[in-house]
Design a binder for this molecule. Structure first.
Ligand SMILES: Nc1ncnc2c1ncn2[C@@H]1O[C@H](COP(=O)(O)OP(=O)(O)OP(=O)(O)O)[C@@H](O)[C@H]1O
Length: 249
């Protein structure tokens, strides 16, 4: 069953009386409890797409349905931005519990859920630290905890690991896959990194130059398979993806 379906999506920005088309005739679908990755050239409209899915931009044409609902009506979606979006003046604990407080959860439920998610993500010992006192990888985990504490069904991530060093990036990719296997969230993630796309995406959507549309879609049986990294099939898929991005196939 499709959890997410987008048909003929068009988005344009108006700036100084000039219209900039950002997305044109974009269609895609993602099955429930699966992972999808969007990859495309810089400025092709990837963040615009996530903005629509997160309900932040309702100025679009076309049909977008998340579990049958329009994005603005959907409480089950969480968005993690590139720069993590943590409040610098709040501790790990306070950053994570914030969403629960805003949604009016009782104090007891807030404490229970916050403690549980921090424990699950290996962050409990860092609960009193401020974002500046955390490494990039730890900050990203806190951002993930902050989203997961609300128990979303769809997790949207905009280049979540782009500022991390190669090893931390791989660690967090592994962590995300473990999390997905455990929670069976539906995940849609944007990346510029070809190997990351092949490791994380059961479906990989390649976008064109701006105004962006999907020019190629891969179904990827290697997603989440730790032993696949470095194998011939993995490298072949990565090469095919590279060619698609360059417009060669
Ligand atoms: N608020 C805005 N007003 C006008 N044009 C915009 C606005 N936001 C984005 N754009 C334009 O829309 C297009 C798509 O932008 P978007 O940020 O979605 O691309 P992206 O693929 O996420 O880029 P990147 O990979 O560099 O992060 C670009 O041409 C951009 O300049």
């Amino acid at each position: 069953m499709d959890y997410l379906s987008i048909a003929s999506l068009q988005v344009s920005y108006v700036h100084d009386n000039q219209i900039t088309p950002a997305l044109r005739d974009l269609s895609l679908s993602l099955a429930i409890e699966s992972t999808g990755v969007i990859i495309g050239p810089s400025g092709c409209g990837k963040s615009t797409l996530l903005g629509v899915l997160a309900g932040l931009n309702q100025n679009y044409q076309g049909t977008v349905r998340i579990n049958g609902k329009a994005p603005g009506e959907c409480d089950e979606t969480a968005l993690i931005l590139q720069e993590y979006g943590l409040l610098p003046w709040k501790t790990t604990w306070d950053n994570v519990k914030l969403g629960l407080e805003l949604r009016g959860f009782s104090k007891q439920e807030t404490v229970l859920r916050t403690e549980k998610i921090l424990d699950k993500l290996g962050l409990l010992h860092l609960r009193k630290r401020y974002p500046v006192q955390l490494s990039g990888g730890q900050r990203q985990r806190v951002a993930i905890a902050r989203s997961l504490v609300l128990e979303p069904e769809l997790l949207l991530m905009d280049e979540p690991f782009s500022s991390l060093d190669a090893l931390t990036r791989e660690e967090l990719q592994d962590f995300l896959i473990e999390l997905w296997q455990e929670t069976k969230l539906t995940i849609l993630l944007i990346t510029h990194n070809i190997e990351e796309a092949v490791f994380l995406g059961q479906k990989i959507f390649v976008m064109s130059e701006c105004p962006g549309t999907i020019i190629k879609e891969y179904t990827n049986p290697l997603a989440g398979d730790y032993s696949a990294r470095g194998k011939m099939e993995f490298l072949e898929l990565a090469n095919s993806l590279r060619s698609s991005l360059r417009g060669w196939n």
